[in-house]
Design a protein around this ligand. Structure first.
Ligand code: PLP
Length: 380
């Protein structure tokens, strides 16, 4: 019998002792290389390509995403960069227009330099995606909900369009994690994660994952991963394994906090707009409800003017003014000068990523304490 998700966060698919000492916490195999007793009987070789701690982590992540395999990288960006290694000069990549700024930079600067043509498209509208597809399109990449505008893309509709044109669909599942959304079960071919966020969950490590459901694709990407050498180190693999044990509990509680704060922010006189996918007035609410089991803990909101936004960033005391998201500590981010500072200005303007926009990653602190901090930070 397959264990429930909560159990698999802790044990993966099978509770096997990793070593003769019967360690309850999976050991950190802090070694560069592994000895062999005979030629051709190597279980592990060299940590850039395989390591037991990383393998255990990959098995747990694959299980949570209902996938065949997961490959752990040294960062989310390393995982996304590895994904783009299947593209050749002349290929076409279609991606959502609202993406994490680092992903936009990778696609527009590195992929284009390598001869790949990139189209940024509003993937919330399947008709626009269909229109953007070309005979040379090999990959469609989306974030849902997107960073930072919290738009929602219909994964199944995108998968159908991508497949009809012979392309793959990859979905960045960083914001909701497999607790709430499993894109492979909706037709996606690959799932990406910044493991630095909810999966590890404690703002203490950088990691990334490429999760797959196809044996051939897995072989291709394992070759890419071991060749480019951006593998997750044993200690960081262990930190993510430890974080995953509480993933289901953290995400439920962070979501509760976020729901409370989203409604409170809507009532605040300095707040003009709250972008949280749990609010029924959000355009993506119905699609998100259909394809997920939750709304997560990321809130973007627009305040009355730029001065109010800048003041709030400097005034928060319990919440930290910082990049990143998904950890136990709440973080307030200014997309304009931080995560999205390198997004081309025309695109930023179109998306309305301006000086009044703040992004809040709601952590595990007491919700009333968080509200009190936001309230004092937003005072005139
Ligand atoms: C949605 C999303 N994807 C990918 C990344 C990149 O991950 P990393 O910072 O682990 O390289 C981030 C980072 O903020 C992100 O928010």
């Amino acid at each position: 019998m397959k264990w429930d998700f909560d159990t698999r966060c802790i044990h993966g698919e099978a509770h096997a002792w990793a070593d003769g000492a019967r360690s309850v916490s999976f050991p950190i195999y802090q070694t560069a290389t592994f000895g062999h007793s005979m030629i051709g009987h190597e279980q592990f070789n060299y940590t850039r390509q395989d390591n037991p701690t990383r393998q255990q982590l990959e098995e747990v992540v694959a299980s949570l995403e209902e996938a065949d395999s997961a490959i752990a990288f040294s960062s989310g960006m390393a995982a996304i960069a590895a994904l783009t290694e299947i593209l050749r000069p002349g290929d076409h990549l279609v991606c959502g227009e609202d993406l994490y700024g680092g992903t936009t930079r990778l696609f527009s600067q590195i992929c284009e330099k390598n001869g790949v043509t990139v189209s940024f498209v509003d993937t919330t509208d399947p008709a626009k995606l269909e229109e953007a597809m070309r005979p040379s399109t090999r990959l469609v990449h989306v974030e849902t909900p997107s960073n930072p505008m919290m738009t929602v893309t219909d994964i199944r509709a995108c998968a159908d369009i991508a497949h009809a044109h012979g392309a793959l669909l990859s979905v960045d599942n960083t914001f909701l994690s497999p607790v709430f959304q499993r894109p492979l079960t909706l037709g996606a071919d690959a799932v990406l994660h910044s493991g630095s966020k909810y999966l590890s969950g404690h703002n203490d490590t950088i990691a990334g994952f490429l999760v797959l459901n196809d044996r051939d694709l897995t072989e291709r990407f394992r070759l890419i991963a071991k060749t480019i050498g951006a593998a997750l180190a044993p200690f960081d693999s262990w930190l993510v394994l430890r974080g995953l044990k509480t993933l289901h509990v953290r995400m439920q509680r962070q979501q509760e906090n976020a729901r409370f704060l989203a409604h409170a922010l809507q009532r605040h006189p300095a707040v003009r707009e709250v972008l949280y996918i749990g609010l029924p007035e959000m355009p993506g609410y119905a699609v998100n409800r259909r394809q997920t089991s939750g709304t997560g803990a990321m809130i973007s909101f627009r305040v009355r003017d730029e001065a109010t936004a800048r003041r709030a960033l400097e005034r928060v005391r319990l919440i930290t003014f910082a990049e990143s998201l998904g950890g136990t500590e709440s973080l307030l981010t200014y997309p304009l000068t931080q995560t999205h500072c390198e997004v081309p200005e025309a695109l930023r303007r179109k998306l309305r990523i301006d000086g009044t926009l703040l992004r809040l990653s709601v952590g595990l602190e007491n919700a009333e304490d968080l509200l009190a901090d936001l309230t004092q930070a937003l005072e005139a």
